[in-house]
Ligand binder design. Structure first.
Ligand SMILES: Cc1cc2nc3c(=O)[nH]c(=O)nc-3n(C[C@H](O)[C@H](O)[C@H](O)COP(=O)(O)OP(=O)(O)OC[C@H]3O[C@@H](n4cnc5c(N)ncnc54)[C@H](O)[C@@H]3O)c2cc1C
Length: 413
């Protein structure tokens, strides 16, 4: 065993493929063009190839694969939403996530931790009870629990009554998990490229070629290409692409910040979220505490970090876990969240024929990567929007059929 390892380590070439195949030249035309090489664009490309045999596909990414919000999120996966539409949708995603490492033959480090949404007020308790009932109705494991049970499951939490916001109860969702976000993007990219999809990095879409209300091609910084079908999956740049297509979306782009501590020996098993304190925290497999809070209170196309965010977050964090006061922050960053008025995504058709949208992922889209990829691939391949994602259409804002998920947002935004 030791000798075999040594021999393997000293070899110049490794049998395992180490890099994702990325394309060089753009072809003049593709059946499908996917704009945005984040988790969502890559997942759609993967499922197009895997389930529909459509491989004449180009993913166009202006930066590097998975370098947008996919690389910046705090990797929380859960399905304990508030609406029937939301619970059904995210539950399919959790199930897909559970099998993803096996499917990719690549470890995405999926780790089931249990997820607490703490309730510090009567109103929050009421919403938690409501969510628990909707969840149970759809077979999702969620329950309202009270302080003794919370302390038993997560003994590190400060359960004192002598704080500004004592913990009165919590929505406990056992399947709540985390995964390595880069690995999810890499797994989808590798799987798509292996099946013949072209992945083009440093390729920015600068315009759309629309004729008689139908998409026929895209313009890029590397030249123009023709396409039969196109989809935008560009997160914080959603409104900019929609503007190129000539339609408006009810989306505001707002920075969302997060940070990690220096690595520590594992002590925190669960994922803890407090809406009233505007904080959430988990511990990664590397030992870093991964922490986040609310979106910044203004719209901005920027990924800068602020001292203000860190100060506010830490003040609240120490109320929940006071023993962390000596722990240092290792790094801090931000992403650009495309927020919708009802805190639900926008998926499906647009006013432009054969031009589809996968957006409105705000602060909650990492957990939806597999299901949106799978269902958007189905939409692109068949031209029909599957029932599961129908409620998230663009039209809902005109028909007053919003999917109110604000009550299930992790923290106040
Ligand atoms: C700090 C933070 C914490 C978060 N935490 C969570 C969490 O715990 N759980 C959760 O479920 N979600 C979370 N999210 C949300 C989640 O990260 C996003 O919803 C999700 O990653 C969106 O994936 P995407 O593929 O749509 O977007 P992205 O990963 O942003 O990919 C879009 C890509 O489009 C590219 N692009 C943009 N314009 C163009 C163009 N003109 N041409 C070509 N390419 C273009 C960008 O470069 C980018 O790579 C968090 C987000 C942030 C910022």
């Amino acid at each position: 065993m030791v000798l075999a390892l040594l021999k393997y380590g000293l070899r110049n070439s490794y049998p395992a493929q180490r890099d994702i195949i990325t394309a060089t030249d753009l072809k003049p035309s593709y059946d499908v063009v996917i704009i945005g090489g984040g988790g969502h664009g890559l997942a759609a490309a993967y499922y197009l190839a895997k389930y529909h045999g459509i491989t004449n596909v180009a993913v166009l990414e202006k930066g590097y694969l998975g370098g947008g919000n996919t690389a910046r999120n705090t990797a929380i996966i859960r399905s304990n939403y508030l609406t029937d539409e939301g619970v059904r949708f995210y539950d399919e995603s959790v199930r897909l996530y559970q099998g993803l490492s096996n499917e990719f033959d690549f470890n995405i480090m999926y780790s089931e931790r249990g997820h607490f949404t703490l309730a510090h007020t009567d109103a929050a308790l009421r919403t938690s009870r409501w969510r628990a009932e909707v969840n149970k109705h759809h077979g999702v494991d969620s329950e309202l629990i009270y302080p003794d049970e919370i302390a038993r499951i997560e003994p590190t939490l400060n359960m004192s009554r002598n704080v500004r916001f004592p913990i009165l109860g919590a929505l406990y969702h056992k399947p709540g998990s985390i995964a390595r976000h880069d690995a999810v993007a890499w797994g989808y990219a590798h799987g798509a490229a292996k099946r013949g999809v072209e992945l083009h990095q440093k390729t920015e879409v600068t315009g759309l070629d629309i004729q008689d209300g139908r998409i026929v091609g895209v313009k890029t910084n590397r030249g123009d290409i023709k396409c039969g079908v196109a989809m935008q999956a560009v997160a914080g740049s959603t409104s900019l692409l929609a503007k190129m297509a000539g339609f408006k979306l009810p989306i505001r782009t707002i920075p969302l910040q997060a940070c990690v501590s220096l690595p520590m020996k594992r002590f925190l098993d669960t994922i803890i979220v407090s809406g009233s304190l505007h904080v959430y925290i988990s511990q990664s497999s590397r030992g870093e505490l991964v922490m986040g809070g609310s979106t910044d209170p203004y719209t901005l196309y920027n990924t800068r970090s602020t001292l203000d965010f860190k100060e506010g977050l830490m003040t609240h964090m120490l109320e929940l876990l006071p023993f962390l006061s000596g722990v240092r922050i290792l790094r801090q960053w931000a992403g650009m969240a495309d927020m919708t008025p009802d805190f639900a995504p926008i998926m499906g058709e647009t006013p432009i024929k054969n031009y589809y949208i996968d957006s409105g992922w705000g602060t909650w889209g990492f957990k939806a990567t597999p299901v949106s990829g799978k269902r958007m691939a189905e939409t692109l391949a068949t031209g029909k929007v599957p029932d599961l994602i129908q409620p998230f259409s663009f039209e809902r804002f005109y028909n007053f059929e919003q999917v109110g998920e604000k009550g299930a947002a992790s923290v106040g935004h």
